[in-house]
Design a protein around this ligand. Structure first.
Ligand code: HDL
Ligand code: ZN
Length: 433
């Protein structure tokens, strides 16, 4: 009887069962930078947008000459041609993001080998955004998409003032980085929007910030509230960030049933010349997360970390705090090797009480490759896990496989948000004592 196998027998009967169920289980994509088609130009799609994805921008600069100004002064289609030639013509598209373009084009029935960007542009140009959304969601197997909605982004807030016709599959998620990380600037925005917090952090500021959060939460029908934090984010701490988080944001989340999502360990602007492509990674101090989970048991924390080194500590913290839900293999972790490593770690220590992946897609068509690539790794991880379970004498039925996969692809996320886990946990503990 196989007790443990680190390699998966692809093509085995179990592998085939798992692969079939993973491929047909619809995904709730809990973090993306996509927009409802009602937001018109904010929803990016097509070959040029695929090629100028910031992951590919940074990769294309690996070969000189590094003429940043000339690149940024050129048009999107010129940038796309430049990237195509460097990453797809001068070498094989071996990186995850470059391979993703190939996966996506083939899945849409297009031939990347033709290398004719003009013909590809023509194909995309003939499609309406609504029709393209239907096809991409169908091909990608995605049933819902959390957007990233920032009340600090004037390009976006203009649409909310028009109360856009909404596609219910595109779910709101309130993004508040400036509020927590750049209070001096954020204060100006709040004042401009009619929430005058005054000049110091006191009860007046709390009232203004909470009204701001409440109005935006309602306006976008937010699923959760999110921030990305730098490696040195500290809590508790004598900082504006810690004060606003404790006095305004976490009480708001408790009152409005909002989980608080933290994406931890991003170093913004490591190379400013690469603009959005210039961000880097640092090891987050997760003692701050432990303090938040411990100090605010009625708040629920959705967390993903950017550094590989943080992944085990995050999983172990999740074992200590029922109000902590790890999710996704974020950004630089979104590679087959690190998805497999992280997911195996999580399955071994958390079972299915986490969310396997989010796509972080910025371009609609990316949903296709990000979920095709991730599903392939999930199939590997689950086949290994069920092989081990079988070796222990417990062979899962298809119903059980479907249940488990649904949990990993959005079901555990829903349960965590709706289950008021921390409250129920508290009541169970208090009843027992
Ligand atoms: O802060 C974030 O939400 C990150 O996901 C950044 O947007 C990053 O640029 C990204 O797209 N990562 O995949
Ligand atoms: Zn993101």
């Amino acid at each position: 009887m196989t007790q443990y196998t680190s390699t998966v027998q692809a093509g085995s009967e179990l592998f085939s069962r798992v692969e079939r169920i993973v491929s047909r289980t619809p995904v709730a994509d809990i973090h993306t930078h996509l927009y409802d088609p009602g937001f018109r130009s904010l929803l990016k799609w097509g070959i040029d947008e695929l090629l100028v994805y910031h992951y590919l921008v940074s990769e294309s600069f690996r070969a000189g000459p590094w003429d940043y100004d000339r690149f940024w002064a050129s048009s999107t289609s010129q940038q796309a041609e430049w990237i195509w030639n460097r990453l797809f013509v001068a070498q094989s598209p071996l990186s995850e993001a470059a391979r993703g373009v190939i996966t996506t084009l083939n899945a849409l029935g297009l031939d990347p080998r033709a290398g004719d960007l003009a013909a590809l542009r023509q194909w995309f140009s003939l499609r309406s955004s609504e029709k393209h959304v239907e096809q991409v969601l169908e091909v990608a197997g995605v049933e819902s998409i959390c957007m990233t909605n920032s009340p600090f982004d004037p390009e976006e807030t203009v649409y909310w003032r028009e109360t856009p016709r909404r596609d219910p599959r595109f779910v709101g998620a309130l993004r508040i980085d400036p509020l927590l990380l750049h209070w001096k600037e954020a204060r100006t925005t709040l004042k401009e929007q009619g929430y005058d917090p005054g000049d110091s952090l006191n009860d007046t500021a709390i009232t203004a910030i909470r009204r701001f959060l409440e109005d935006w939460t309602r306006r976008i029908e937010s699923r959760y509230c999110m921030v990305s934090t730098p490696p040195d984010f500290a809590f508790p701490a004598d900082t504006d960030s810690a004060w606003i988080l404790e006095k305004a944001v976490l009480p708001h989340c408790r009152e409005h049933g909002q989980a608080f999502a933290m994406m931890m360990g991003v170093r913004r602007g490591v190379n400013p010349q690469l603009r959005m492509a210039g961000d880097g990674v640092g090891q987050a101090d997760l003692t701050a997360l432990a303090a938040l989970c411990r100090g605010f048991p009625e708040n629920r924390f959705l967390v993903t970390c950017l550094s590989r080194e943080c992944q085990q500590e995050l999983v172990i913290l999740a074992r200590k705090f029922p109000n902590l839900h790890p999710f996704g293999c974020w950004w630089f972790n979104n590679t087959p090797q690190l998805i497999e490593e992280t997911t195996t770690l999580r399955l071994d220590l958390l079972g299915t009480s986490f969310t396997f992946q989010h796509s972080d897609s910025r371009v609609l068509d990316q949903l296709i490759y990000k979920w095709k690539h991730s599903r392939a790794v999930l199939t590997q991880c689950l086949t290994r896990a069920y092989t081990q379970l079988g070796g222990a004498g417990w062979v899962p039925t298809d119903i059980e496989l479907e249940r488990d996969v649904r949990r990993l692809l959005g079901g555990s996320f829903d349960e965590f948000l709706l289950g008021d886990r921390a409250g129920r946990f508290e009541s169970e503990v208090s009843r027992a004592s």
